[in-house]
Design a protein around this ligand. Sequence first.
Ligand code: ASP
Length: 403
Amino acid sequence: MIQKTKKFPLAIWIFMGLILGILAGIALMKTPEIAVQYIKPFGTLFLNLVKFIVVPIVLFSIMSGVISMKDIRKVGKIGIRTVVFYMTTTAIAVVIGLTFANVFKGTFGQISTSGLEYTAKEAPGFITTIINIFPSNIIDPMSDANMLQVIVTALFFGFAVITVGEKGKAFADFVESANAVSMIIMDTIIKFSPVGVFCLITPVVAENGASILGNLLTVLVVAYGAYFIHMAVVYSVAIKAFAQMSPLKFFSGMMPAIMMAFSSASSVGTLPLNLECTEKMGAKKDVASFVLPLGATINMDGTAIYQGVCAIFIASCFGIDLTLSQQIAIILTATLASIGTAGVPGAGMIMLAMVLQSVNLPIEGIALVAGIDRIFDMGRTVVNITGDAACTLIVSKAEDKNG
Ligand code: ASP
């Protein structure tokens, strides 16, 4: 569990890291190369450590979650609830993003689109995404940190242990022990998160500070407004109605994970801290260890909002007015695209290409927002992980009721 120092809980330390990092970033805005050369590497080191432990955590925690449920039907029931929650909130998120952008699009469009160049990286299609879920060997998912494949691997083994009965006992004990060992490594890494957060945020502010002050500010404000409304309305209502928890308690319990997500822009990197936060708020361990890794991979409400806002922004920069049916196409594509988006920095921008293509918008438009993608990304990651946590607490509550 999160180790409390004698005086301050970890959340306060992380908060101090974040604030000091922002201040240091502002101080280094004129010489960003100092932040990039001397501070960023330590942020990268910290993120590497987090990524290093994520695969064992996801693998063993999902396996042990499944094994401890002892019943494949129960896993199926939780899985269906989770996917329904994730898809519904993501669709609502795009609608909020599109609505915000439509209301405020009068303030967009001061940006010139001449001389734009952007080569879209290829985003996988829907069928490819489905096919890619299934690994063709057992090592690749782990060495590539392909989370969906790691999840599938863990599910296969977990189901098999339940099915095989007595003979699976030794394997189940091993998983239990490996899970405990991975958690200790994770706890140790998390203790360094205040420093990690400082080193991650300083170069971002130092490098991007100046460009945000330019005319992209409006679109950023619109995206952040939509992120905020989605969290304050959709998650608060859901948490209150389905988990019978005060939204205030929920958000304050989430603070360490939120700050980590904001600085790292990675749902997967925030997973260990999110596990801690939700379990502290009373989520069942087996549910959290199944629902959260799944969410870090397939649930991206913030990314969906960003895609909705950017689609309208790019369209209006090119003087294009999107019809209602085009906007419905955006809702569908963004909801599906968020499933194929890995929880790592910058992934959402690649999927934006797919969303733009679905309504024939010029992909070069991505170049308009690419420079400050990291700033969009920090906010959308916060929304993404908060959605994962809300779902975890809700599904956990439902399990409590069902006994
Ligand atoms: N960085 C986001 C996440 O990890 C994904 C994205 O780029 O939208 O959740």
